[in-house]
Design a protein around this ligand. Structure first.
Ligand code: F6P
Length: 500
């Protein structure tokens, strides 16, 4: 029905991503289907262009609530979700068969491509690509094809299409085959693996992913480091010609089979106006009071210091080593006992995957072990919160003396950018050199090697003992660096680079 509607094939700007700006669930059995809007760079980026820009967002239905909403929308003449649910945004949610979605998302995207780009494999046992992977790969192709078909159907002539991330690597090429008139961009929100690691993928897969992205007119990354790794993989795996350098602008170009793809770098920063306003609403003040109560005071009456981390419970975030580092701090520097609290907010993610469930359990186990070993009446050394609560995260940001952001590898890491903006006293930032954010914040952060627990403990100590004035001055500079590239600019720059 969607193709027959008068509005069909008229979108001038299209965004494609696995996760859309809204999700549906039925909180009570037999109750109404409820929409929940998400945040993130794309949502705020898109809000920078008005509804008159004619943008359509194509995403996948992720669960049973989404599927129901997608089916209902398919019955509308325009095939789009109810705009009351999406904040006015035109969204087409694809009801991809569950088997296909599971294999593409949990199998190929999250268990293989995510692992490769974040260097997460424990190589003596994994990966081992066998017939199971071949089946999943075929579903990944089907899932990418469903996106390419939908985009081809929605796009007006010469429209600009911004394809997002490792879930949709094949879409640029598939879409170009269907609609050579379109201007296509691909953006990777993850790091990109160096060639030696990338070549763990079966050869045909390694080549297909690169060829798929090179179907775009422009392939963009969060940092220069990830862009260069992509180019190195194209040269090594495909024998593509790489010219120029990433120096801002589009100076790096990759030519393969007669077509040239520009390589771009667009860092993504924190949204300062939104954060500062949101962090001072009543619900945050309420959580702040609750947290202060839980943190308590040292026996001498002094306010306890805080080390704050907020993450999805994601293997790449390195939460367990962070907890080991905190334990090392309490062991080696007994002067901090009773005087510091670690607020560790670790919100469950990808719980359909056993390895994520195990990691979530390990985080809880280590936190409990630390509390059993060191805590006592009136002092809980680790306050682990696992219930996702944005207002409480912001309250913790406000309280932070030290922010701990120690990922094994991360495309950017926005928490590293958000905490210095919101912290009241100005926090010290302990930051992994493997986070994309490190490129922009290295001067005022305390650098850590994420694998080095001892060094991380020392960095926490350095943060806690940093003289107040210096800490505040550094935090102010960190906040400036963190907000230099607001999401609206990130989005508009990409659009303009494609002539949109
Ligand atoms: O690039 C990383 C990303 O796609 C981000 O959008 C987000 O941080 C995360 O992965 C979301 O993962 P998921 O949709 O699997 O929860």
């Amino acid at each position: 029905a969607a193709t027959e509607a008068p509005e069909a094939r008229s979108a001038r700007i299209l965004v494609a991503s696995n996760r859309g700006p809204v999700s549906y669930s039925r909180p009570e059995e037999n109750g109404p289907l409820t929409a929940k809007r998400g945040g993130g760079g794309l949502v705020s980026g898109l809000s920078a262009i008005g509804p008159e820009a004619g943008a359509v967002w194509v995403c996948a239905a992720l669960g049973s609530g989404d599927r129901e909403a997608a089916r209902r929308a398919a019955e509308h003449p325009d095939g789009l979700l109810d705009r009351a649910d999406t904040g006015g945004q035109a969204v087409r949610m694809l009801d991809i068969p569950e088997e296909t979605f599971r294999a593409a998302y949990h199998g190929v995207a999250n268990s293989v491509l995510w692992f490769v780009h974040h260097l997460l494999y424990q190589t003596p046992l994994e990966p081992a690509f066998d017939v199971g992977f071949a089946r999943e790969w075929a579903e990944y192709e089907a899932y990418n094809t469903a996106f390419a078909d939908a985009l081809a159907e929605e796009a007006g002539k010469d429209a600009v299409v911004l394809v997002q991330d490792y879930h949709l690597t094949l879409v640029p090429q598939l879409l170009r085959e269907r609609r050579p008139d379109l201007r296509i961009g691909h953006f990777s929100h993850t790091p990109w693996a160096p060639p030696d690691y990338y070549r763990m993928l079966p050869d045909a897969t390694a080549a297909a992913v690169l060829r798929g992205i090179l179907g775009a007119d422009r392939a963009a990354f969060l940092t220069r480091r990830w862009a260069e790794a992509f180019a190195a993989c194209c040269a090594r795996v495909l024998g593509a010609r790489v010219e120029g350098e990433v120096q801002g602008g589009d100076a790096l170009r990759i030519t393969y089979e007669g077509r040239t793809t520009q390589i771009g770098v667009h860092g993504l920063g924190a949204d300062a106006d939104f954060l500062r306003e949101r962090a001072h609403r009543d619900d945050v003040a309420e959580r702040l009071a609750q947290l202060r109560e839980q943190i308590g005071h040292a026996p001498d009456g002094a306010a306890r210091r805080t080390i704050v981390r907020v993450d999805r419970t994601e293997l790449s975030k390195n939460i367990v080593r962070g907890l080991h580092a905190y334990r090392r701090l309490l062991e080696d520097r007994p002067e901090w006992r009773e005087r510091v609290v670690h607020l560790a907010f670790a919100y469950p993610s990808r719980q359909d995957l056993a390895v994520y469930r195990d990691y979530t359990a390990e985080v809880a186990r280590v936190a409990e072990e630390i509390n059993d070993a060191f805590g006592g009446p009136g002092w809980t050394p680790v306050l682990l919160h696992v219930q996702d609560d944005f207002a409480r995260s912001l309250a913790a940001y406000r309280l932070a003396d030290v922010a701990l952001v120690n990922p094994i590898r991360d495309g950017m890491n926005l928490v590293a950018k958000e905490i210095p903006v919101v912290s009241e006293e100005g926090c010290a930032l302990v930051l992994s050199r493997e986070a994309g954010a490190f490129e922009e914040m290295r001067q005022d952060a305390i650098e850590v090697n994420p694998y080095d627990v001892t060094a991380t403990a020392e960095a926490l100590h350095a943060g806690l003992t940093m003289e107040r004035g210096e800490r505040a001055a550094r935090a102010a500079r960190l906040a400036t660096a963190a907000t230099a590239l607001p999401p609206s600019r990130w989005f508009l720059d990409q659009l303009h680079a494609l002539g949109g």
